[in-house]
Write a protein that binds this ligand. Structure first.
Ligand SMILES: Nc1ncnc2c1ncn2[C@@H]1O[C@H](COP(=O)(O)OP(=O)(O)OP(=O)(O)O)[C@@H](O)[C@H]1O
Ligand SMILES: [Mg+2]
Length: 364
């Protein structure tokens, strides 16, 4: 059975990431130089994939252990302890041996903290004490082995107990031994996290922003994927690149759909593109409708205004939707904060080209 050359759910493997060479080189330089980085991009823009590639490249230059800590939807200190434990349990080799030895000295068993923490509050360990012990073990192991810690969706930890303060207090002693990468998809929160004086990571990280993929990068990926599997993308490559507007995951989703309807040994053509877009539209419509439906009315109106006019503030749109300028501003800011809108110097656009297309087709 043939496999599609265009995976589009979950992060890519390190060697599948293309079109982000400059950003990957920046990350390698910063992580290798032990400068903490904050990687910021909307959802599905390839943050995790790029970090995978960067630590893989770094590992080839100087062998490095990487710990992947994902804080998406973090709810509590116990939740943090469990995730940190799992992240540490994901390490291997010499790093893991040292870690187990050091943690053992603190009466900790890496990998089974989760089980202990799920026990009843009375018999289970104190989650804050557990976090201290885990971070302490990590910091001490880092002194012996080159390490990169990747904290994905770090903004979700803001306001959850004092987990970020705990991380900072334990790791600041090893900042120079450890590569530290924070990734997040909420741009405003990421700014606040590293620019507000009252935040634990104030002024501690260099910001790297992921822009949309370039037109050429998408064309390359599509042509290469088709060619490598005995097909020819023909005019479909540029249709995908222009419709996908540089959105990495949506572009790959479109390429995947086009690939499946192109038989091996044949060329895709205009009819292929028409079938592709029809299939992707009908497949994604229910999820887009659900997503749009749960947004507050003012945010729905702003998205519609942006789709129609390229800006949130057209007077005619405000009148049409019965929306004051101040409500528009609040709604626009919330959409930008959540990463759904991208504001440029000249125009504003939706992050997701398929959502923009759905709104343009379904709503007046
Ligand atoms: N450099 C790239 N070239 C082509 N497609 C890419 C690239 N990076 C990511 N993608 C596409 O985007 C999808 C999502 O990538 P990834 O999970 O790394 O993004 P993310 O920003 O971490 O997403 P999330 O917000 O869900 O954590 C991948 O499955 C792939 O289809
Ligand atoms: Mg990710």
């Amino acid at each position: 059975m043939e496999r599609s050359p265009f995976p589009h759910s979950g992060p890519l493997e390190a060697d599948e990431v293309t079109g982000r060479d400059d950003e990957a080189a920046d990350l390698v330089r910063l992580l290798g130089g032990r400068v903490p980085v904050a990687l910021v991009a909307p959802r599905r823009y390839g943050k995790t994939s790029l970090l995978r590639r960067a630590v893989w490249l770094l590992d080839q230059v100087e062998p490095t252990s990487t710990i992947w800590l994902d804080l998406y939807g973090l709810s509590s200190v116990s939740d943090f302890a469990v995730r940190l434990d799992r992240a540490l349990a994901g390490t291997t080799g010499r790093f893991r041996e040292s870690l187990d030895r050091i943690a053992g000295g603190l009466s900790m068993n890496i990998g089974i903290v989760s089980v202990d923490l799920r026990r009843s509050a009375r018999s289970g360990p104190d989650p804050t004490a557990t976090v201290h012990a885990l971070l302490d073990s990590l910091a001490r192991t880092t002194e012996q082995h080159p390490t990169v810690l990747v904290v994905d969706e770090v903004a979700d930890a803001v306001g959850v107990g004092n987990v970020l303060e705990l991380v900072r207090s334990h790791l600041q002693t090893v900042y120079r031994d450890m590569g530290l990468a924070f990734a997040g998809s909420k741009p405003t929160m990421m700014t606040r996290l590293f620019a507000d004086t009252d935040q634990p990571f104030y002024s501690q990280a260099q910001r790297v922003e992921l822009k949309p993929l370039s037109l050429d990068a998408v064309l390359d990926v599509v042509h290469h994927g088709f060619r490598a599997t005995g097909r020819n993308a023909g005019p479909v490559a540029s249709s995908i690149a222009s419709f996908g507007a540089g959105h990495p995951q949506r572009s790959m989703e479109l390429a995947d759909a086009a690939w499946w309807i192109t038989d091996p040994g044949t060329d895709a053509d205009q009819a292929t593109w028409e079938s592709t877009i029809a299939a992707v539209r009908s497949r994604s419509a229910p999820a887009l409708r659900d997503f749009f439906g749960v947004l507050p009315g003012s945010q729905q109106a702003v998205l519609r205004a942006v789709v129609r006019t390229g800006a949130p503030f057209a007077a005619s749109e405000g009148r049409f939707h019965d929306l004051s300028n101040s409500s528009t501003t609040i709604a626009r800011d919330a959409l930008v904060d959540a990463g759904h809108l991208i504001t440029g110097p000249k125009s504003t656009s939706l992050t997701d080209p398929l959502l923009a297309d759905w709104i343009a087709r379904e709503l007046p």
